[in-house]
Design a protein around this ligand. Structure first.
Ligand code: SF4
Length: 246
């Protein structure tokens, strides 16, 4: 007897590239309805604050980052303030986000580069952003998409996992994932698609126990059955990132 997962995979085994594009866009339409408030879950008011918060969000939750950034931004409102900061004081503030020594060094270092090379402003270009300490493509796209309205795909752990489960791509390398998914959707959709996939990954399609039976795109997913297929049991797995993960 084939498993639920095997049956799901078979349904899409002969899908054409056009069929995959149509299915991808249909999934996106459903997620748009399910997550009308999808957005960047980091709190920020300026591009500089978003850049700092995104660097701090590596290996931790947005909730935890949001718990310390008010104190950080009050103490160091501008890049020049952070560039001249005492590292020990910054480490103390960012400590709850983990890897606090490296993160403190990165955010002080990037503030110094902003002051020295960019007149104290966050540059709105991918190439310039990825040259800042602690900033990779993912962080750069978060900043570009949310602070500057420059479309970008944010290939984080949720995004990568979901697009592979959806059968949109088999690529593992984030840059190749970005290219493959970029071909399925118009650029204007990239930033919000990223938010919606990340919302779905945090709330329903979890890494270890996806709540398949409670998933609004189950009918369109070749990985249905990876997690709990029973609707009642799956409903108990739904999770919302309301509290930091200990
Ligand atoms: S929860 Fe299950 S059905 Fe829904 S997207 Fe994830 S793997 Fe597919």
């Amino acid at each position: 007897m084939p498993t639920v997962l095997e049956k799901s995979a078979r349904r899409f085994a002969t899908e054409t590239p056009l069929g995959r594009t149509r299915r991808a866009r249909k999934i996106h339409r459903i997620l748009t309805e399910v997550y009308p408030h999808a957005r960047c879950e980091l709190d920020y008011e300026t591009p500089f604050q978003l850049l700092i918060a995104t660097v701090l969000s590596a290996q931790t939750t947005d909730v935890r980052v949001n718990s310390i950034t008010p104190a950080l931004f009050a103490a160091y409102p501008e890049p020049a303030d952070l560039a001249a900061a005492d590292p020990a004081r910054v480490e103390e503030i960012v400590r709850p986000t983990g890897f606090y020594r490296a993160k403190a060094a990165n955010i002080i270092g990037l503030a110094q580069v902003l002051v020295d090379q960019h007149a104290g402003e966050v540059p709105p270009q991918l190439e310039a952003l990825v040259r800042l300490p602690g900033v990779g493509r993912k962080t750069a796209h978060v900043v570009l998409g949310n602070a500057f309205d420059v479309p970008g795909l944010t290939v984080d752990t949720h995004f990568g996992r979901l697009v592979r489960r959806f059968g949109w791509t088999r690529e593992e390398d984030p840059v190749k994932v970005e290219q493959a998914i970029g071909e399925l959707f118009p650029a204007k959709d990239w930033t919000m698609l990223s938010h919606r996939l990340i919302f779905h990954g945090r709330r329903i399609c979890h890494a270890r126990r996806p709540a398949c039976g409670a998933c609004p795109v189950a009918q369109l997913c070749p990985s249905f059955g990876t997690g709990e297929p029973d609707p009642v049991k799956a409903a108990r797995l739904l999770r919302y990132e309301m509290a930091p993960v200990e």
